[in-house]
Design a protein. Structure first.
Length: 140
């Protein structure tokens, strides 16, 4: 697989047309990384999504996780996004998330995403893998 030039987002960095307070969506609007990304489409990846409090965590698994795909227009996005996600390439063990390539269920094929790097409480599973719907229904 070639290095992907897309990013799959499934949590707080996704676009939002509603205000959900400190928990939810739309965090990209506050980051300068947004100017280096272009929305492409909605998509899904294989995995399991967990509620970690004010944000979700994607783990490998047999379910489907819904999210958004962005084209990465410049590598200048990574020094902004990686620290936001607490991913430090020089300290993967100490990182909250790891940036890894995943296969998208549709085009453009592959994308980077952030995989949660710690154990999760199985009771916090978001069964349908949809953080946006989950936040709206929970009214956070």
């Amino acid at each position: 697989m070639n290095t992907p030039n897309h990013l799959f987002l499934y949590g707080t960095l996704m676009r939002s047309d509603v205000s959900l307070g400190s928990r939810g969506l739309g965090a990209m609007e506050a980051l300068p990384a947004g100017k280096y990304l272009r929305f492409v489409c909605e998509s899904q990846v294989q995995g399991m999504l967990y509620d970690l409090g004010s944000y979700p965590g994607l783990k490998e698994g047999d379910g489907l996780v819904k999210g958004e795909v962005y084209e990465v227009l410049s590598p200048e996005a990574w020094p902004i996004l990686d620290p936001y996600e607490d991913f430090f390439p020089e300290d993967e063990e100490g990182s909250l998330y790891l940036r890894k390539p995943v296969e998208l269920m549709d085009e453009p094929g592959h994308a980077w995403t952030y995989i949660y790097n710690h154990e999760v409480d199985e009771s916090s599973l978001i069964h349908d893998g949809d953080w946006k719907r989950y936040c709206l229904e929970e009214k956070f």
